[in-house]
Design a protein around this ligand. Structure first.
Ligand SMILES: [Zn+2]
Length: 324
C-alpha cells in the first residue's frame, strides 16, 4: 500500500494527515495555526505536525514520495514565491526554502479550494466524475475546477478564482478590493450581511430572537432556521441568496459544463433546503438548460477532510510543485 502525506493549512488550524491509495484518511492530527508568529515558526510547525502524523501512523518519512500542502493562497510557478497568505499577513514568501529545511521531499502547494475540489472528486460527492466544479460557501466563496480529473488553475496558477468573477456590475465591495464579485453575494459572510440588512426593515423577525437579540451572533444557520420556522423575512433573504448563487453557478456551467457541481462550506450544511431550489433555478437560468439539461448539484461529503485528501494527492493530480 502506498501512502500520501498531506497538510491542510488554514488561518485557524493546520491538519496533517496520511492518506492511503483508496483516498482514506488513515491518520490525522490538527493543531492551532498560531497566526501572528514569524514565518520561521509557522513553517516549522507545518513540518512538525506533518512529521508527527507520520510517526503516529507508524511509518517513516522516507516512505513518502511527496508532501502536499493546501493553503488559502497560491505559489507563482515563475518565481516559486507564495504570492500572499492573508491569514498570516505574508506576501511573496519563498515558502519552499523554509519548508524544505525540515522535510526533504518534493513539495506541492496548491490553493485550498482547489484541494477541496480534488478531495471531493477522489473520495466524496463527485467520486467517479472527471469534470467537477466545487464551490465552498464559507467566509469567502472558494472555487475549484477539476478538468479531466486534474486540478485546473490556469496560467501562473492564478485561475479558477470563481469567487471573484463579477456577478453585479459596480456592486457590493468584495474582500479582494473589487466590486460586485460573486463572493460578495454568495459567501456565508454575504448571506449574513443580507440578513442584517433585512433586519433593518423587519426588526421583529424571528432571526433576532434566534440569536438572543444580539444580531452580532447571527450566522448563516440562523437564517435557515428562521425560514424553517416560517419567518417570512428569512425566507426572502434565502430566496434572494439562492437567486444570486444560481446565477453565479449558471455562468460557471455555461463555461465549463461540469458533470457535477459540489457545494461545500458552512452554508451547504443547510442541505436540501438550499440544494433543491438551486437545482430548479439552475435549470431555468442556464443557457440551453431546457434542451440539454444541467449538471446535478450535490452537497459535499468529505467535510473538513476534502482539503486534506486533495493536498495529499497533489503529486498525482496537481499542477504546481517545487522543481528542485
Ligand atoms: Zn472579489
Amino acid at each position: 500500500m502506498k501512502y500520501y502525506l498531506g497538510l491542510d493549512v488554514g488561518g485557524t488550524n493546520f491538519a496533517a494527515g496520511i492518506i492511503d491509495e483508496n483516498y482514506r484518511v488513515i491518520e490525522k492530527i490538527s493543531v492551532p495555526a498560531g497566526a501572528g508568529r514569524s514565518i520561521e515558526e509557522i513553517t516549522e510547525d507545518m513540518a512538525n505536525v506533518s512529521l508527527e502524523v507520520v510517526k503516529k501512523a507508524g511509518v517513516d518519512i522516507s516512505d513518502f514520495t511527496s508532501w502536499g500542502i493546501g493553503m488559502p493562497s497560491f505559489v507563482n510557478p515563475r518565481t516559486n514565491l507564495l504570492v500572499h497568505a492573508n491569514c498570516f499577513g505574508w506576501k511573496n514568501v519563498p515558502i519552499y526554502s523554509y519548508l524544505e529545511r525540515h522535510i526533504p521531499l518534493p513539495i506541492y502547494i496548491e490553493n485550498d479550494a482547489n484541494c477541496a475540489a480534488l478531495g471531493e472528486t477522489l473520495a466524496g460527492g463527485a467520486k467517479g466524475y472527471e469534470n467537477v466544479l466545487m464551490l465552498t460557501l464559507g467566509t469567502g466563496l472558494g472555487g475549484g475546477i477539476i478538468l479531466n480529473k486534474k486540478i485546473y488553475a490556469g496560467a501562473d496558477m492564478m485561475g479558477a478564482e470563481l469567487g471573484h468573477t463579477k456577478l453585479v456590475y459596480n456592486g457590493a465591495a468584495c474582500t479582494c478590493g473589487q466590486y460586485g464579485c460573486a463572493e460578495a453575494y454568495c459567501s456565508a459572510t454575504a448571506l449574513i450581511r443580507q440578513a442584517k440588512e433585512a433586519l433593518e426593515r423587519d426588526p421583529e423577525s424571528l432571526m433576532v430572537r434566534l440569536c438572543d437579540g444580539d444580531i452580532s451572533k447571527l450566522e448563516a444557520k440562523t437564517v435557515f432556521d428562521a425560514m424553517k420556522q416560517g419567518d417570512d423575512t428569512a425566507r426572502q433573504v434565502i430566496e434572494q441568496y439562492i437567486d444570486y448563487l444560481s446565477c453565479a453557478i449558471s455562468s460557471f456551467v455555461v463555461i465549463f459544463r461540469p458533470e457535477i457541481i459540489i457545494l461545500g462550506g458552512g452554508v451547504a450544511n443547510a442541505g436540501e433546503i438550499l440544494r433543491r431550489p438551486l437545482q430548479e433555478r439552475l435549470l431555468v437560468n442556464t443557457y440551453a438548460g431546457s434542451e440539454i439539461g444541467v449538471p446535478d448539484i450535490k452537497i459535499a461529503e468529505c467535510g473538513n477532510d476534502a482539503g486534506l485528501i486533495g493536498a495529499a494527492m497533489l503529486e498525482k493530480y496537481g499542477m504546481n510543485r517545487n522543481q528542485k
